[in-house]
Design a protein around this ligand. Structure first.
Ligand code: NI
Length: 228
């Protein structure tokens, strides 16, 4: 499931994050430091050193926003969120086709996590740069994604994807992965659909007993599929 999650950060938060990133100086490093053997030859960008103070501060800000975002919680059913990272592309930089590594080690505690969901949180006004589309291949073809600052896309980490060359301006984003309580993308998509349908029924005052049973079905499916 590829999903556009709106308003993860407020305009004021985006402004704050951009200001801190623009001042980050030597914390910006070559993006290949975290790329695997598949990604490194095709990866051209810069990213904030994961161990830097600014990465920790801004990563915590993004995590705090995610915890309060009902659409993210419902769609990703997070068990573990990798500390958000930050990158930028300018002057023709791009990231060729690749699949994200299946397992990542937390930079803080060294624990392994499985990447089920990939996320990109856009931090630059799309009018301020050319190119820089995130192109994701899914069952319906290639989806090209370029979102307003503060909005995020989440997609199955199994997807082949790339970032096209940035030919004007600078594309700035945060990116991270989620280990979901529900490993299978199809099961997660079904639960998300069901949750949305229940919310709609609640809003239209549908029969209370039918709604109660449906909520029970949601939780009983989650109980069958979740690895909490
Ligand atoms: Ni990637």
């Amino acid at each position: 499931m590829l999903l556009h999650v709106r308003n993860v950060l407020t305009t004021a938060q985006v402004h704050l994050v951009r200001q801190r990133l623009d001042e980050a100086g030597e914390a910006w490093v070559d993006g290949r430091v975290t790329a695997g053997y598949q990604g490194a030859p095709v990866k051209q960008n810069q990213q904030i050193d994961e161990r830097s103070a600014v990465a920790q501060e801004l990563g915590d800000l993004v995590l705090g926003a995610l915890e309060q975002h009902p659409v993210f919680i419902s769609a990703a059913l997070p068990r573990e969120v990798y500390p958000p990272m930050f990158n930028r592309y300018s002057g023709g930089m791009q990231f060729g086709s690749h699949v994200d590594g299946a397992i990542r080690l937390s930079p803080h505690n060294g624990l392994k996590m499985r990447t089920d969901v990939s996320a990109t949180l856009f931090l630059a006004d799309p009018e301020s740069y050319d190119g820089g589309e995130l192109q994701i291949e899914d069952a319906y073809g290639v989806q090209s994604v370029k979102l307003p600052a503060g909005d995020m896309v989440i997609y199955p980490a199994t997807s082949l994807h790339r970032v096209t060359a940035v030919t004007r301006g600078t594309r700035v984003a945060s990116f991270f992965w989620v280990q979901s309580m529900v490993r299978d993308d199809g099961q997660r998509a079904l639960l998300y659909d069901m949750d949305n349908a229940i919310q709609q029924l609640n809003n239209t005052g549908a029969d209370i007993m039918a709604r109660t049973r449906l909520v029970g079905c949601y939780h009983n499916l989650l109980r069958q599929w979740a690895d909490a």
